[in-house]
Design a protein around this ligand. Sequence first.
Ligand code: S3P
Length: 168
Amino acid sequence: MRNIYLIGFMGAGKSTIARELAAQTGAKQIEMDQLIEEQQGMAITEIFAKYGEAHFRDMETELLKSFSREENIVVSCGGGSVLRDENTTIMKESGKIILLTASPETIYERVKDCTDRPILNGNMNVDFIRGLMEKRRERYESVADVTIATDGKSKEEICGEILRQIQV
Ligand code: S3P
């Protein structure tokens, strides 16, 4: 199996599905945000505050470059990591890109109590989520090899759909 890159908005279920896919296929699960936090020794919110978003995006690119040399990994990508062409080129060349979608209401319910996403801090409401999702929608959809709507589905159903579609 080549790599699987799970993309989508914050709270779309990338981490949960990455864990499940890894368990079902024996692939290694990778959490981009977590790796960046470990490498930097600070939380994403601190990285944004101290160095700014552009610097965080550079870290995402560096990390993705290192993944392109690996095989058989399931990567839960940061929600904004697909915004750069360089990043999606790396993903395309080394695996399949799977987009997970959910309604703004579902996303809100999943993320409303979290404080570890700087982009949502101070903007924690359905309207903001809907607006940013709309801004990013075309980008997400155009880079995805497979799109899976997750509302109302179990993680087992979602994984089954993904594996069928990429024929692992
Ligand atoms: C971001 C998504 C977050 C994290 C950072 C920025 C974004 O990852 O990388 O807070 O721009 O959508 P998750 O999608 O894993 O929450």
